[in-house]
Design a protein. Structure first.
Length: 116
């Protein structure tokens, strides 16, 4: 069973930065793609960023230019660098690994709170 463990969340002031990590028990290059999602209380889950097996990156409109997804295939870890954070970025952030369209694995999430 593949396990994903997120870390790096916490409390940050508006305008600040955080870097999230997602450690994967499997080989990340075996997945079609790795994604970060987020979900705020009372809101729907939102795709934040995705990196494909080939390294192509795409981002949700609300984070373009501020967030960057990256990976370290040697350490089977995916990262999300978040800059210029605003209170609207407050949410639980979840790592997702897509083996194929029918099989996805999820982490338990890490909470990001942006507040002064």
């Amino acid at each position: 069973q593949v396990q994903l463990v997120e870390s790096g969340g916490g409390l940050v002031q508006p305008g600040g930065s955080l870097k999230l990590s997602c450690a994967v028990s499997g080989t990340i290059s075996s997945f079609n793609g790795m994604r970060w999602y987020r979900q705020a209380p009372g809101k729907e889950r939102e795709l934040v960023a995705r990196i494909s097996r080939g390294g192509f990156r795409n981002y949700g409109d609300s984070v373009k230019g501020r967030f960057t997804i990256s990976r370290d295939t040697g350490k089977n870890t995916v990262f999300l660098q978040m800059n210029s954070l605003t209170p609207e970025d407050t949410a639980g952030y979840y790592c997702n690994a897509e083996l194929n369209p029918a099989v996805n694995y999820w982490g338990t999430g890490t909470l990001v709170t942006v507040s002064s």
